[in-house]
Design a protein around this ligand. Structure first.
Ligand code: PLP
Length: 425
């Protein structure tokens, strides 16, 4: 880090030297030799898919999150589709979800021919607001899909109560939240079904992959069949039993995760706890470093949770800055900090706007999610970040904010009272 006060530095976007020479991505995987060996071992074995590694990975994963069953899928999206199917979603049904998520959360409702109904988020966590959900719930509501945004668990107790009262199924999209705790308990066995992703930017990777955990044996059985063409037994079971007969009992898909991937997952699971601890450490460093900048709002953490920190999304307090998100985003990228934006609200995507007449023209508004979207910037967050990477991010944010913060807001900490004021424009 430079010894000079940050405000004297010329921004890279204006031709100055960038904080670092090489782009730091917002997220990435980390693999070690043990991971690689585990994959090689499977490649030399009899079973590349639907072999012994699947059951082993599912069992250990279920135990780790504290759920009775875990059913693996070829991606988090396939796992969401499986959960939507197992929840019984079909044409004429509605499922309530958040607009501030990756589009796959809402798409899985459409895969089943059901209708996504969006409800706005709470201003602190950006998770589905129970009051908004209670206004959207009706006799057609068959599921609530709550997302643990950025790794902060949703208001699960309230969501469970709302879904129970309606006879609906609570699906938790925990693709951000593997290892997060809610009221002292790891998520995975709290909602009716909890969905995880093993994409390389997530906490644990299998290349592509996903999992649904549940305590309900019936749901687990449906999920197992759904991911295997709707067939009621697996090839290896039949081979071992010396049988050829099988029955297709429902219309499923081939959403199986390979043994190659499961071996990688098993190996990665061993390091999940220290990786999670590292993410929490990085979040604490960011939050402490940015405490005094009134131009940004760091992520809120409610008293009853311990987040898993898939993302570290800051929100710009636009009234205290001389420019908007676009310029600050570009300035940080120019410093070689791989910032990102999570998410374009789902109802604002072209497909949803055209097909469902959602978005601004429709008069359908989700003011908190839409306002958040205008201010959000995700800073790099992954467990393999070095101390120097973390320092670079903090340096770049200081450098850029020093340039764009209104003069009267440069005095750190004097305007904290303004932080909670509403939309600045
Ligand atoms: C990553 C992610 C998914 C999809 O997972 P894939 O494994 O990429 O299919 C779904 N929902 C959310 C919130 C995610 O972050």
């Amino acid at each position: 880090m430079s010894a000079l006060p940050a405000k004297l530095e010329t921004l890279a976007v204006h031709g100055g030297a960038p904080v670092r020479g090489k782009l730091l991505p917002y997220g990435r995987q980390s693999l070690d030799d043990g991971d690689i060996q585990a994959v090689v071992d499977v490649l030399k074995s009899d079973w590349l898919t639907t072999g012994p590694k699947i059951g082993e990975f599912e069992e250990r994963f279920a135990a780790w999150v504290g759920a009775r069953h875990a059913v693996s899928f070829s991606s988090g999206t396939a796992a969401l589709h499986g959960a939507a199917f197992a929840a019984g979603l079909g044409p004429g049904d509605e499922a309530i979800t958040t607009p501030l998520t990756f589009c796959a959360t809402a798409n899985c409702i459409l895969y089943q021919g059901a209708t996504p109904v969006f409800a706005d988020v709470s201003a602190d966590t950006l998770n589905l607001d129970p009051n908004e959900v209670s206004q959207k719930i009706n006799s057609r509501t068959k599921a609530i899909i709550a997302v643990d945004y950025a790794g902060h668990p949703a208001a699960l107790a309230e969501m469970a109560e709302l879904s129970r009262a309606q006879g609906a199924v609570l699906i938790e999209d925990a693709c951000h939240a593997l290892g997060a705790e809610y009221r002292g308990k790891r998520i995975g066995g709290i909602a009716d079904m909890t969905v995880f992703s093993f994409h390389p930017v997530k906490h644990l990777t299998t290349g592509e992959g996903g999992m649904v955990t549940t305590n309900d044996e019936r749901l687990a059985e449906t999920l197992r069949r759904f991911r295997n063409h709707g067939i009621s037994s697996e090839a290896r079971e039949r081979q071992e039993a010396g049988q050829w007969f099988y029955e297709m009992v429902l219309l499923g898909f081939n959403y199986r995760l390979t043994d190659i991937a499961c071996a990688l997952g098993l190996s990665q699971l061993e390091r999940l706890a220290p990786n999670l601890a590292r993410r929490r450490e990085i979040a604490a460093l960011y939050t402490a470093a940015f405490r005094d900048w009134t131009g940004i709002r760091t992520p809120a953490v409610r008293d009853d949770v311990d987040p898993a920190w898939h993302l570290y999304p800051i929100r710009l307090n636009l009234g205290m800055l001389t420019t908007g998100r676009e310029e600050i985003f570009r300035a940080l990228r120019a410093e070689n900090i791989g910032v990102n934006v999570h998410y374009i609200p789902v109802h604002q995507h072209a497909y949803y706007r055209e097909r469902f007449r959602t978005g601004a023209e429709s008069g359908e508004r989700y003011p908190i999610a839409e306002d958040a979207y205008e201010r959000l910037i995700s800073l790099p967050m992954f467990h393999a970040m070095t101390a120097e990477d973390v320092r670079d991010v903090i340096h770049a944010v200081d450098k850029v904010l020093s340039h764009y913060a209104l003069r009267e807001h440069q005095a750190k900490g004097e305007h904290a009272d303004l932080l909670e004021s509403g939309p600045a424009r």
